[in-house]
Design a protein around this ligand. Structure first.
Ligand code: ATP
Length: 329
């Protein structure tokens, strides 16, 4: 009921009458009043006027299940939210729920945390996850396609994040192939996709997304390559609104992906956003490092590069990192 009341408050231009809310939810006036009090405690500014009802004056940067669900607007991606004040990693929570089954293990559940104690990057690396300023979320999917197609989902999410940020803030982000979103050469978002599969069959896929939203500084080790939206904009961004925007964009990308079960319908958008497009890059494979010219992704999401000797080659994301010749991008 809380998510629903919040949604009605947001959608209403004027006052919402207490009596109408009571009849809508078949509850007492006291029950409605209690929800309003809870919302106020969470930071919402709600005005209550006798004979008129309730009006939402301001919603701050609240991260909660009710806030995120109230913005979901009937979509499947993120329509059900599992929220943690603190957890080790939202990817771990999502995988656990998927293995367990039940409501939280369904396609489209979004796991969100205010703080992660063991945020993960690719290949065992960490993701800096303090409280109060960032988005740490994992979308659980149960796709019907073959496991070999799943790596494409990381690229879809990168497009969704870049477009979601653009929509909410106007900032033009780029994608560093395959899984990072960058602004002016610094990383604002990392994406980690994990899968549980058998030969020819996907049990589930979890796509973890960490977005630096309102941080004012970063630890020394990453400050030369990490950036937040606030550092770029010089003002804060409402995290729940950004989550909703990313989920909305992801749904659109996912529907396009499902038509062909590859990236052919997204490739052009991705390549337009690709920071490495038509750039010289350094490809770091385990035990092999070389420079090449990046040509963009193909239908399966591999990065096509032209080697110094003119031969073209596909770089597969699994074990590889791509850097700019002189720096991170
Ligand atoms: P690759 O090019 O292989 O993706 P990467 O170094 O960007 O390399 P990821 O696994 O995508 O690797 O992300 C993990 C790395 O990101 C960490 O090793 C750290 O350098 C950096 N990092 C950790 N936390 C943050 C953060 N909050 N913001 C930006 N960068 C971070």
């Amino acid at each position: 009921m809380k998510s629903e009341i919040l949604r009605l408050l947001k959608e209403s231009d004027g006052y919402l009458s207490g009596q109408q809310l009571c009849s809508h939810f078949l509850v007492s006036r006291t029950a409605v009043w209690k929800v309003m009090e809870q919302l106020k405690k969470e930071g919402y500014e709600i005005e209550a006027v006798r004979n008129k009802g309730y009006r939402l004056v301001d919603s701050p940067d609240v991260m909660s299940r009710a806030e995120i669900e109230s913005l979901a607007k009937g979509r499947w991606a993120g329509a059900r939210v599992v929220y943690y004040e603190e957890t080790d990693s939202t990817n771990t929570r999502a995988k656990e729920a998927a293995d367990k089954g039940g409501g939280q293990g369904e396609h489209g559940t979004l796991f969100v945390a205010e703080r992660q104690t063991a945020g993960k990057g690719r290949r065992g690396r960490g993701w800096e996850s303090p409280a109060g300023a960032s988005i740490y979320m994992t979308l659980l999917l149960r796709p019907d396609f073959l496991p070999i197609k799943a790596p494409g989902l990381t690229l879809l999410m990168a497009v969704a994040v870049a477009k979601g940020i653009r929509k909410c803030t106007g900032l033009a982000c780029k994608i560093k192939w395959p899984n990072d979103v960058v602004i002016n050469g610094k990383k604002v978002c990392g994406i980690l996709t994990e899968m549980s599969a058998e030969i020819g069959y996907i049990n589930h896929v979890v796509i973890g997304v960490g977005i630096n939203v309102n941080q004012e500084r970063f630890p020394k080790e990453i400050q030369d390559r990490a950036v937040s939206l606030k550092q770029e904009l010089l003002h804060s961004v409402r995290r729940s609104e950004l989550i909703a925007a990313v989920m909305e964009e992801f749904e659109v990308c996912y529907e396009i992906f499902l038509k062909t079960e590859d990236l052919s319908g997204i490739k052009e958008q991705y390549n337009r956003l690709l920071v490495n497009q038509d750039q010289d890059v350094k490809v770091l494979e385990p035990g092999n490092e070389y420079e090449a010219h990046a040509l963009g992704i193909n239908d399966t999401g591999e990065l096509m590069v032209r080697m110094k000797d003119g031969r073209e080659r596909c770089v597969y994301a699994g074990e590889v990192s791509v850097r700019g010749v002189y720096g991170y991008v």
